[in-house]
Design a protein around this ligand. Structure first.
Ligand SMILES: NC(=O)c1ccc[n+]([C@@H]2O[C@H](COP(=O)([O-])OP(=O)(O)OC[C@H]3O[C@@H](n4cnc5c(N)ncnc54)[C@H](OP(=O)(O)O)[C@@H]3O)[C@@H](O)[C@H]2O)c1
Length: 330
């Protein structure tokens, strides 16, 4: 008998109502693949870009890039997972908004028993992102305890993890967020300073906080609205790590601007370059599992929605109504 799974599918890019719940067949895993039964699913801003068409997909597309569950079949050649293993992943290709799926095993990691399925589903894509940003996306000479960094959208999913992890590394993270309540949340989670960028000129405040010096790194996932001012927050030779477009993509600009503002460095970073191999994925995941199990990073799940209410979940994420991580429940 063919098994099926409730699955969220997009036939044409568009708003939240472009997502539909359909029942799709789930086959057997081929070589290098596993089949997994999800217990919880993570929601990410990248799902919005894929749904809207900002990141074009082959259509129809099953959305979702993060989940946790139990492995229920293993294809040929997969050695790091067995049937019955608890597991979690950040995946490319998408397709995690479902109950069961067949997928490449490379990106799937065994989930330590001490970490719940909900936490696993919430933290993989966002936590691995915080990992590569803070540990592997560094300015010339690296980061030392005491250094200032600026992290935008600090009360969001990636943001609250980064606040805590940066504190554990001894960094002074200046977080920005869009309301006083969100700023308070960032401070509670380890940000050394918080700036309400809806009310204040964040570049001026950063200069004030750092005694006119500027920060060594700006981690900018807001994109269009913050890009130029982010450059003004950097000290000479500083690094702008652009990693998202929550307000829209950064407009084209002349590289001379980086020279004029102090021989700055710019990278447009993405998690999936760092997850190119099973080894690199596992090394990053081990680092994430360790910092979560040590209690230094707590995964803040701010919202839960049943899978069939994914449209509302997207609307709330896009309307900046969410804080921390959001999960879809089954
Ligand atoms: N490149 C990568 O490897 C990678 C990996 C993971 C995530 N990301 C990016 O990192 C960012 C955070 O992802 P997340 O899933 O954790 O989302 P999130 O931070 O929970 O949500 C996005 C936040 O961005 C802020 N924002 C600023 N301007 C906005 C606008 N015009 N519309 C909507 N939101 C706006 C909002 O916070 P305020 O209200 O406080 O401004 C909002 O809560 C996203 O841009 C995502 O694409 C990139």
């Amino acid at each position: 008998m063919t098994q099926t799974s409730p699955t969220i599918r997009v036939d044409q890019p568009g708003g939240a109502d472009a997502m539909h719940l359909v029942d799709l067949p789930v086959g057997e895993p081929g070589p290098g693949q596993i089949r997994i039964r999800h217990h919880a699913i993570g929601l990410n801003f990248i799902d919005v870009y894929q749904r809207s068409g900002l990141y074009p997909q082959n259509l129809p597309v099953q959305l979702g890039m993060e989940a946790a569950g139990v492995v229920d079949a293993v294809g040929q050649g997969v050695t790091h997972l067995q049937v019955g293993d608890r597991a979690a992943y950040a995946s490319n290709p998408p397709g995690s908004y479902c109950e069961r799926r067949v997928m490449p095993a490379t990106c799937v990691c065994k989930l330590p028993d001490a970490i719940s399925f909900e936490t696993g589903a919430a933290m993989m894509l966002k936590g691995l992102t915080a990992q590569y940003l803070l540990k592997k996306t560094q300015p010339q000479g690296g980061l030392q305890p005491g250094d200032f960094v600026l992290f935008h959208a600090a009360a969001g999913g990636v943001g609250l993890i980064a606040c805590q992890w940066a504190k554990a590394m001894g960094l002074q993270l200046i977080g920005t967020a869009g309301s006083a309540e969100k700023c308070a949340l960032a401070l509670e989670n380890g940000a050394a300073y918080a700036i309400n960028y809806a009310a204040e000129d964040f570049a001026a405040r950063v200069k004030e906080i750092t005694g006119g010096q500027g920060v060594k790194v700006v981690y900018d996932s807001v994109g269009k609205d913050t890009f130029e001012k982010s450059l003004d927050c950097l000290r000479p030779f500083g690094l702008l790590a652009s990693f998202g477009n929550a307000s829209g993509p950064v407009a084209p600009f002349a590289p001379g601007m980086l020279g004029a503002k102090g021989s700055l460095y710019l990278t447009r970073a993405t998690l999936f370059t760092h997850m190119a191999t099973r080894e690199s994925t596992q090394a990053m995941a081990d680092d994430l599992f360790a910092v979560v199990q040590s209690g230094q990073v707590h995964i803040h799940i701010g919202q839960r929605y049943p899978l069939n209410q994914v449209q509302q979940a997207h609307r709330d994420l896009e309307a900046r109504k969410t804080t921390g991580c959001t999960i879809l429940t089954l």
